[in-house]
Design a protein around this ligand. Structure first.
Ligand code: NAP
Length: 487
């Protein structure tokens, strides 16, 4: 008996490929098992698409493009608003589905569904505001008219850590702009993607406008699609390593890319910070999604005068978290998504301890089925420890003291990543000045969460290219067409 048997409505979630408005079987015979990370049991199996299936999805998206691009902005907006309403209505079921395949605690999953639905609402509102511009040429000889047109067929590749929100953050602006899409969700979390695609059909998305393929051969299926000249956009969220490879693939056909990649967020606590506020913010920045977030605080730099007190309070807060099956009442932290992710967290902790770090709380994987790791705080972490350089993606907080603000900023910026940084201080002017000097696309200033559908989300350096959310998010799916007009 699996958790799915307790929830009969989940048997209605499709597991085949969604192409051209039809659910159909994949060209490959062996379906892909989807595991419950809390029990390690197989929940269901889903279709394993071949590169030919990927091309069939591009065929469908290309066929649907002229009609969707020509649909009125108001119509596209109405469809997205219905999708928002349906998602909000089904929040509880979708949240349980996310917990089952991803493992996160139910409260985190409910938060994710609400956040994910907001992308449909925000882009329903943006769909009718894709304004172009008109100006007189400086020489006065003509007018410069700029139209915004849909870029075309978009391939969307998403990770497992926010299976709903990473899909809607791409589908929302793409559909608002008049593009058609093929979604390739992560192999660990395909069910949430299928549920969202089914919901979009119910909301009135025409056949072929949204297609969805699952595959255990992401490399060859995505490459086949991106190599197809009808595909004009690749939007990817995932690791920097895979992002680099996809940028190289996209270079062959000069496909426009949006890349939301890995992070290594520094969390700075300046000497004048209110400690209670900073610890509360640290818990949010570290533990949202059990630490499996690209925005997760990865390194805590705390002024030497308060470092011990901060680390001690953080340890108390972390050790109070209840670890368990994300569906159980009162659980704060679920398992990590799979064994390799859990093992990487354990390796980073062991490496830090071998280098001289001290465990202040946690520090091990509990002896039970499921991919769990106990929330952990480490002190005395050596400057060269891998845990300060690599994305942990789990519930571990290394704390490091600093003496001057300049030193803290230099430590924070000493990484190839630049997604988000956090700063806590009692002096807002100082906080703004420090924020300006942090080399990241986003800063949480006395805030432990930055994600907001209305704000431009994205990174500098190797954390990515482009922005999702806000007004900027839709521009990623629009091409500017300039018409020189004499009138
Ligand atoms: P990942 O291994 O890079 O996978 C992401 C997606 O890419 C999955 O759908 C995956 O499919 C697919 N993929 C893997 N190899 C591919 C290839 N060669 N060609 C095309 N697609 C390929 O990342 P993940 O482990 O799922 O997610 C964690 C990472 O995502 C972290 O680094 C995190 O920071 C990042 N992330 C960034 C943001 C952001 O907004 N910046 C948000 C969330 C997560 P399979 O599942 O089949 O392998």
């Amino acid at each position: 008996m699996t958790a799915l048997d307790d929830r009969p409505w989940m048997s209605t979630i499709p597991t085949d490929l969604y192409i051209g408005g039809n659910w159909r079987q994949a060209g490959r015979p062996d379906p892909i098992p989807v595991l419950d990370p809390a029990t390690e049991q197989v929940l269901v199996t889903v279709a394993d698409a071949s590169p030919e299936d990927g091309i069939a999805a591009v065929d469908a998206a290309a066929a649907a493009l002229p009609g969707w691009a020509a649909a009125s902005p108001r119509h596209r907006s109405d469809v997205l608003m219905r999708a928002f309403a349906l998602m909000t209505e089904r929040r509880e079921q979708l949240a349980e589905l996310i917990v089952l395949e991803n493992g996160k605690a139910l409260a985190d999953a409910r938060g994710e569904v609400a956040y994910a639905a907001e992308f449909f609402r925000w882009y329903a509102e943006e769909a009718v505001r894709a304004a172009g511009t008109v100006q007189t040429a400086p020489a006065g000889t003509n007018n410069i008219l700029v139209l915004r047109q849909p870029i075309g067929v978009a391939v969307l590749v998403t990770p497992w850590n926010f299976p709903a929100a990473m899909a809607t953050r791409k589908i929302g602006p793409a559909l608002a702009a008049g593009c058609t899409v093929v979604l390739k969700p992560a192999t660990e979390t395909p069910l949430t993607a299928f549920a969202i695609v089914a919901l979009l059909e119910e909301a009135g998305v025409p056949p072929g406008v949204v297609n969805c393929v699952t595959t255990r051969s992401a490399g060859s299926v995505v490459k086949a699609m991106v190599d197809d000249p009808r595909v004009r956009k690749l939007s990817f969220t995932g690791s920097t390593e895979v992002g680099r490879r996809l940028l190289a693939t996209a270079a062959e056909t000069v496909v426009s890319c949006s890349m939301e990649l890995g992070g290594n967020a520094p969390f700075l606590v300046l000497a004048d910070a209110d400690l209670d506020t900073a610890v509360a913010g640290a818990m949010l920045a570290k533990m949202r999604n059990g630490g499996s977030a690209c925005t997760a605080a990865n390194r805590f730099y705390v002024h030497a005068s308060i470092e011990r007190e901060f680390a001690s309070r953080l340890s108390v807060a972390m050790s109070r978290l209840r670890v368990g099956n994300g569906l159980d009442a009162g659980v704060d932290v679920g398992p990590l998504v799979n064994a390799p992710t859990r093992d990487k967290v354990a390796e980073l902790v062991t490496g830090a301890l071998d280098g001289g770090a001290a465990v202040l709380s946690g520090g091990s994987a509990p002896d039970r089925p499921g991919f769990f790791y106990t929330p952990t705080v480490l002190g005395e972490v050596p400057a060269d420890a891998s845990i300060l350089r690599e994305e942990i993606f789990g519930p571990v907080a290394p704390v490091v003291p600093f003496d001057t603000v300049d030193e803290a900023i230099a430590l924070a910026n000493d990484t190839e990543y630049g997604l988000v940084s956090y700063v806590y201080t009692g002096d807002l002017a100082q906080g703004l000045a420090v924020s300006e000097r942090l080399d990241s696309g986003m800063v949480g200033l006395n805030r432990g969460v930055v994600s907001d559908p209305a704000a431009p989300f994205g990174g500098t350096k190797q954390s990515g290219v482009g922005r999702e959310g806000g007004h900027e998010g839709m521009l990623e799916y629009l091409e500017s067409k300039y018409i020189a007009v004499g009138w």
